[in-house]
Write a new protein. Structure first.
Length: 324
């Protein structure tokens, strides 16, 4: 809240400060002298209670614009239940007090309740907007725009594969396209068309350039005394469905993946089920979660794209989703 209010005050704007001081002298919102003096001096007072936050938001609503919008990005990173409850109380009080501001909460979650918590009557205060994964056409347009901008081209089958690996997350599309373009740029020859070696090099570089947090999550899940967790993760991420059942993962994905890796030891179904249960534990970073008897999904869907990227880098094609 302090950051939001601070950004709403034009730094060094003498005209604004005079208007603000005049407004406070005329009386605004019942705020005290010290409080108003702090604001007119560009100093945001400490916020100790939800009521303090609401009072500052009333100030923002009065002076910033007709209906200011405050965006809370990566709200899913807020894991502390007490802090989440405080945020819910703030939302409720701002709404009940009819403060003229709007909030936008951005985050990854399967439901609004999962994102904001169960402390709030969400239907009354918040309207959810679900953003689905990008369609394949939309994924390809991102790639085409980048390659067109630098006057080179990429075959359709490479666009399809980038779209599949990305799992619909634009960040992976941007990352792979960028690294493939750099690979073409670094080629000693003058090239105007992406070839297989550029694609392969781009994927390898994308793995290296991916967010450190994704690497940590992946390594924590797979680098154990048993080295067969990678194929288990690849199998989970193979299908377009986010939530999958054990038998489906094992029979439709894992067995196919292992058929392409004849030098690797294949797990039995019971062993495979044991690996799935292990991946839910803190020892493996809780990379997946169980959803009912025998159903699993990634705790964070964005990790699926990284898992696909790692599989592709190891020469295993997953997530083909009907395109072959």
């Amino acid at each position: 809240m302090r950051d939001a209010v601070k950004q709403s005050i034009p730094a060094g704007d003498a005209v604004f400060q005079r208007k603000l001081e005049h407004k406070f002298k005329a009386g605004f919102g019942g705020v005290g002298y010290d409080f108003s003096r702090s604001l007119t001096s560009g100093i945001i007072p400490a916020i100790d209670t939800v009521n303090d936050a609401v009072q500052l938001l009333e100030f923002v609503a009065e002076f910033h614009s007709q209906e200011p919008i405050i965006i809370f990005d990566e709200f899913d990173q807020l894991a502390d239940d007490t802090q989440m409850k405080t945020c819910a109380e703030l939302i409720k009080l701002v709404s009940d007090s009819r403060v003229g501001v709007r909030f936008i909460f951005c985050g990854i979650g399967t439901s609004l309740e999962e994102l904001i918590g169960v402390h709030l009557s969400t239907g009354r205060y918040i309207s959810p907007v679900q953003l689905d994964r990008l369609t394949h056409d939309a994924r390809w347009k991102i790639i085409e725009a980048a390659f067109t901008a630098v006057a080179v081209s990429i075959p359709h089958h490479h666009k399809v594969r980038i779209g599949q690996i990305s799992d619909g997350f634009p960040s992976y599309i941007h990352l792979m396209a960028e690294q493939i373009l750099w690979s073409m740029f670094d080629d000693s020859r003058a090239v105007a068309l992406c070839h297989q070696e550029h694609f392969n090099s781009g994927v390898s570089n994308a793995v290296r350039e991916a967010e450190t947090t994704l690497k940590i999550i992946y390594d924590r899940a797979t680098q154990k005394h048993s080295d067969d967790y990678q194929e288990v993760l690849w199998a989970i991420a193979d299908d377009h469905m986010l939530r999958r059942q054990t038998t489906d993962i094992y029979e439709k994905s894992y067995l196919r993946i292992m058929s392409e890796r004849p030098n690797r030891k294949r797990l039995t179904k019971d062993q495979f089920s044991g690996r799935l249960n292990n991946l839910k534990t803190s020892r493996h970073g809780e990379i997946i979660v169980g959803k009912g008897a025998g159903w699993y999904e990634f705790r964070e869907n964005i990790v699926r794209g990284y898992v696909r990227l790692r599989a592709e880098n190891d020469g295993v094609r997953i997530g083909t989703e009907g395109f072959g």
